[in-house]
Design a binder for this molecule. Structure first.
Ligand code: UCC
Length: 621
């Protein structure tokens, strides 16, 4: 209706609106086109209540994200058909829609503040968060959002269960997903080091909201967040009681209101000297606050002013003698915190895929309500095509996320084969980097599905895009993780790639006949990839660094395609599952081979890239 009237002159519009308002009190039937033309021009004055019109768009409602998610339910029916899991996720989905989503909005609307001094001039360094943020902590404990990963009620499937729950939670969590990621990572590190901080572990994995602790992960210093080995300047001085005092400056600390933290520092010898590089870095843990509510030898310099994740405090910290406990062997800090990175990178993937799923759910819901050009959005084929493309992206990403969680669960319960352990090592950076990019693209396109409303703050939609942007930055940027993929290859002597090829080939062999075009596309991409790797590794290994990002993308696209095929080959798969797999495999599945064929990794390409980028600048040093 509003579109029709917009085509008329302003005067006509006002007449129509006035007439409609008068009618709406007696009848709900809309005005016909002839009636619109007949409205007398003076029915209502220009500036009156009537002039704002009577049409309002219907808001898309968040429904239970579990019952709305056909793929999650099918995945669990196939792999984890346990009634308790189904009921718990269904109930939790209701809680997300009815209670948690609103708390998440409150966290966005009431961001944390830093109080450095009290009224009489004493330094207090308090981070003031809103009540909804505190409730999120309680809910996280009650629902076992970290605990479920360690109770292992569902054996090797426990991580799939836990991460499915976090996946329902994350888009409504007001970024409480961030402290939970680090808490899970800290628990994992303590467990993998043989429980050197048992009490902390018990608190980090507790379901009791009074006992439950969250953890931070303080790695980034002023010299940088990627090159941890060279960037760490914090010094640890040994005390007589075996504890350490830490002195340094942490440049980014997320969810700084956490109870506990893991952090890196260099142990000083008796002369105050430290060892440079990775070998000099050790891992410590510390409680952040004393029993008096004061910090543990920390000055909070300021809170960061961020593009997104504003719900959560991120601070710069001066460690001014923070009391800490050594967790790792001396000089094994980076290797020991790597377990935390594996977990937080998986959590990052949960958040990325969950953001995609949420925007698709909301856009789909809106398409059933919003009418334009005379019909609902869902009846416009071009709009449906756009949403379907987002759905296909989300499905590929979801299946890879679940596979990585499955592998993690198997490794933690001792059931992983050597091949599965290699796959977990390789796929963790791959899925993190790829889904981080997908999330930004899918959420951005999703906002467009709401027209101008997608750009309006109090719809809650723009925050989704802001919060997605961090997913490709923290926990390793796309390029740093691409190099981590190469690290996993060289560290394993290429065995992670062998595991990848074997796994893909095996899954493709059991694909159903309807999937033949997808199988063919994947098979030829796989052999082209194998040839590229073999040739490059033997003839020109230094080229691999330049190809690292495209290589990681190729691994992601092939693996997501294979998992879509695998899911669509299941006995209970639907036509939609088959269609999703076919659609996924229409893209360039192996960009590293395509770019290489165009000479994109040659020395000349690097020189011409540079010439193009710095064109017109005399001094590029
Ligand atoms: O902290 C941040 C924000 C917190 C917010 C958390 C949010 C979580 C998501 C929430 C969702 C809502 S952001 C800062 C994050 N920083 C990073 O991610 C660091 C990125 N940089 C890297 O990953 C680097 O590549 C480093 C630090 C790993 C490189 O260090 P090195 O020392 O130069 O690397 P090396 O020498 O290659 O590796 C040292 C050891 C080796 O083991 P050993 O000594 O036994 O040979 C490696 O194999 O560490 C091992 N290692 C790994 N092991 C390195 N990386 C890994 C890995 N990924 N997995 C297993």
């Amino acid at each position: 209706m509003i579109l029709e009237v917009c085509l008329r002159s302003k005067q006509q519009v006002l007449r129509v609106i006035g007439r409609q308002l008068v009618r709406s009190s007696s009848s709900s039937a809309p005005l016909s086109r002839t009636e619109l033309d007949d409205v007398p021009p003076t029915a209502h004055p220009l500036f009156s209540h009537a002039a704002i019109g009577s049409f309002f768009q219907e808001q898309p409602l968040l429904k239970n994200p579990f019952t709305q998610d056909a793929l999650l339910r099918a995945y669990l029916r196939r792999h984890l058909p346990v009634q308790d899991v189904e009921s718990d996720l269904r109930l939790f989905g209701e809680r997300v829609a009815d209670e948690i989503d609103d708390l998440g909005r409150q966290c966005e609307q009431n961001p944390p503040r830093l109080q450095q001094y009290e009224a009489w001039g004493q330094r207090v360094d308090r981070i003031i968060t809103c009540p909804a943020w505190t409730l999120m902590k309680e809910i996280s404990a009650q629902e076992g959002l970290v605990a479920a990963g360690y109770e292992r009620r569902y054996g090797e499937w426990s991580r799939v269960y836990q991460m499915s729950k976090l996946y329902l939670y994350a888009p409504s969590a007001g970024l409480y997903s961030c402290p939970l990621a680090m808490t899970d990572g800290a628990a994992k590190v303590i467990e993998s080091l043989g429980m050197p901080a048992r009490e902390a572990f018990e608190r980090l994995t507790s379901r009791d909201e009074k006992q439950f602790w969250t953890s931070g992960q303080w790695m980034t210093e002023r010299r940088g967040g990627s090159d941890v080995a060279n960037g760490t300047e914090t010094v640890a001085r040994r005390q007589e009681d075996g504890h350490f005092r830490l002195h340094g400056f942490k440049w980014f600390t997320s969810a700084t209101d956490a109870d506990f933290t893991l952090t890196l520092a260099r142990i000083a010898d008796s002369r105050g000297h430290t060892t440079p590089g990775s070998r000099g870095v050790s891992l410590f843990c510390a409680e952040v606050w004393g029993s008096d509510g004061r910090t543990n030898g920390i000055q909070i310099q300021r809170l960061k002013d961020k593009l997104g994740t504003r719900q959560m405090p991120t601070a710069e910290l001066l460690l001014d003698g923070m009391q800490a406990q050594l967790l790792s062997a001396e000089g094994r800090g980076v290797a020991s915190i790597a377990n935390m990175l594996t977990l937080t990178r998986i959590h990052n993937t949960v958040s990325a895929v969950a953001a995609m799923r949420r925007i698709v759910q909301l856009s789909r819901e809106y398409s059933n309500k919003r009418s334009v050009f005379g019909k609902l959005l869902k009846d416009h084929p071009l709009h449906v095509q756009t949403l379907t493309r987002l759905e296909v992206e989300t499905r590929g990403a979801f299946l890879m996320l679940m596979e990585v969680c499955r592998l993690l669960g198997r490794e933690e319960t001792g059931g992983a084969s050597e091949r599965e352990s290699h796959l977990l090592r390789l796929l963790t950076p791959v899925v993190k980097l790829y889904t981080g990019k997908q999330a930004v693209a899918v959420v951005s396109e999703g906002l467009e599905c709401f027209g101008g409303q997608g750009y309006i703050e109090d719809t809650g939609l723009p925050g989704m895009l802001r919060d997605a942007q961090v997913l490709s930055i923290w926990e390793g940027t796309t390029n740093v993780l691409s190099l981590d993929v190469l690290r996993s290859v060289s560290k394993s002597g290429g065995r992670v790639l062998q595991a990848f090829f074997l796994d893909v080939e095996e899954r493709l062999r059991s694909a159903g006949p309807a999937l033949a075009p997808a199988v063919e596309a994947l098979g030829s991409s796989l052999s082209a990839l194998a040839k590229f790797i073999q040739k490059t590794a033997t003839q020109n290994p230094e080229k691999l660094e330049l190809a690292a990002r495209d290589l990681a993308y190729s691994l992601a696209r092939i693996y997501m395609g294979v998992l879509l095929v695998d899911h669509a080959s299941w006995d209970e798969a639907s036509d939609a599952d088959v269609y999703a797999a076919l659609r996924w495999c229409e893209r360039d599945l192996c960009p590293v081979v395509s770019v290489d064929a165009r000479g994109g990794y040659s020395a000349e390409a690097t020189a011409t890239d540079r010439a193009l980028l710095y064109q017109g600048l005399e001094d590029t040093t």
